[in-house]
Design a protein around this ligand. Structure first.
Ligand code: PMT
Length: 393
């Protein structure tokens, strides 16, 4: 079910938003409403609570509301952020990134597509400042719906009437991100593994889990039912995701094999240890001579094991390389019998491990695609879109 966070600003058109909520819920959208202080002067939050069947959010600093669903969680929850009506004042705040109330703060916090249906007097609409703000927002990737022409509540005639609720719903239906993974089951591995040496030490790597968690969140937003098998990370998983926490490569292998049947897609974004200590010491290893040796044995290759199954999902591996990116990635694609491999350059100042951004060079048997450096959420959407296309091909 697509989740719409609907922002309502203080204008006379706010009365039309009640019909908008009714139509959106009727179309099957899950709607949560956020109102500015001014909007509550025009129409009661109770109306929207009754129509959306959920409490209405009005304040940024309200412990009760933050406990129920904090503003960051609300922003993460949304698949679509729609502001209708969007007043000249709110458009100016969005355009300049001001965040002095819940709605404007949410605008900065959301990562989903944003739609705005302006509503104001025609002279305010024509004002250069408003037109500049609309242009800036368009350049920032915001979709502007309307406004319509006609007689206005103040008696003027011209552009500035909020688009009719039916037209807004049709626009959203047409322009929302297609649910490319609707009905698909996706298993994703993420984060590092910890290979225990003794009761106080382990071998691990620099993976933060951000790439895998972004994939899980975006796959869910694209309609998939997601199982996320994660090594130890400091991230919280998106709601409604089947999260399985593990520590070692062996535990990750077992968890993947337990959950792999009936999966349509597997994406191995975890940085799994290739080797693990041959022996876990039950007591802390004592300091000895100037040199010591550690005996390591190979771990089971999880993604390659999945790719060997008789009934296998569309299997996507990652390749983290410091050099020869294409050659090593192509080699892993063939050797591990994968359907696709997403290669990233690691060990550089930007991208890869424990970074907010990343770039990918993706290979499959007869093709390849480059995704330039961008934030991991955006990159996850790009990779998942490609996976959905290849899956259907
Ligand atoms: O977690 P972040 O901080 O966001 O960083 C993201 C990332 C750099 C960890 C991620 O983008 C990435 O590259 N993940 C794979 C890291 C890795 O272990 O690459 P590899 O080239 O060593 O392994 C190749 C593939 O085999 C990977 O899909 C890996 O998950 C898989 N593998 C490896 C060993 C093993 N025993 N089992 C496996 O399934």
């Amino acid at each position: 079910m697509t989740r719409i966070l609907l922002g309502i600003c203080g204008g006379i058109a706010a009365y039309k938003s009640a019909e908008l909520v009714r139509l959106l819920t009727k179309r099957g959208y899950d709607v949560r409403v956020v109102m500015t202080e001014a909007a509550t002067q025009f129409i009661s939050p109770l109306t929207f609570q009754a129509l959306s069947a959920h409490p209405v959010h009005t304040q940024l600093l309200n412990t009760e509301q933050e406990n129920a669903m904090g503003h960051i969680n609300l922003a993460r929850w949304a698949d679509i952020f729609l502001v209708a009506p969007a007043t000249a004042n709110s458009l100016a705040k969005f355009s300049y990134g001001l965040a002095d109330d819940l709605l404007s703060t949410l605008y900065l916090a959301v990562t989903c597509p944003v739609f705005m249906a302006p509503a104001m007097n025609q002279a305010m609409w024509y004002k250069a400042a408003t037109q500049e703000n609309i242009q800036r927002l368009t350049e920032h990737g915001i979709s502007i719906i309307g406004p319509d022409q006609g007689i206005q509540a103040c008696g003027d005639t011209g552009p500035g009437r909020m688009s009719e609720p039916e037209a807004i719903v049709q626009y959203i239906d047409k322009h929302k991100t297609p649910e490319l993974l609707q009905g698909k089951k996706v298993l994703i591995t993420a984060g590092p593994t910890r290979e225990q040496l003794d009761p106080v030490r382990y071998i691990t790597n620099r993976s933060s889990g951000k790439m895998g968690y972004a994939l899980a969140e975006q796959a869910q937003k694209m309609g998939a039912s997601v199982t996320l098998i994660s090594g130890p990370v400091a991230l919280s998983a998106p709601r409604e995701i089947n999260l399985v926490l593990v520590e070692s490569a062996a535990e990750m292998y077992t968890a993947v094999m337990q959950h792999i049947s009936a999966q349509d897609i597997m994406i191995a974004a975890a940085a799994v240890a290739d080797y693990t200590p041959a022996h876990i010491h039950t007591e802390k290893i004592k300091k000895q001579n100037t040199q010591t040796e550690l005996k390591l044995v190979k771990t089971k290759d999880i993604v390659a094991s999945v790719a060997r199954l008789d009934s296998r999902p569309f299997t996507v591996g990652f390749a983290a390389e410091t050099q020869n990116l294409e050659q090593y990635a192509q080699d892993k694609l063939v050797r591990k019998n994968l359907d696709m491999i997403a290669a990233n350059q690691v060990g550089q100042s930007e991208g890869g491990f424990d970074s907010e951004v990343n770039a990918l060079q993706v290979y499959w048997q007869k093709g390849q695609q480059t995704f330039a450096m961008t934030d991991k959420t955006q990159l996850a959407t790009q990779l998942l879109t490609l996976i959905a296309q290849r899956l259907h091909a």
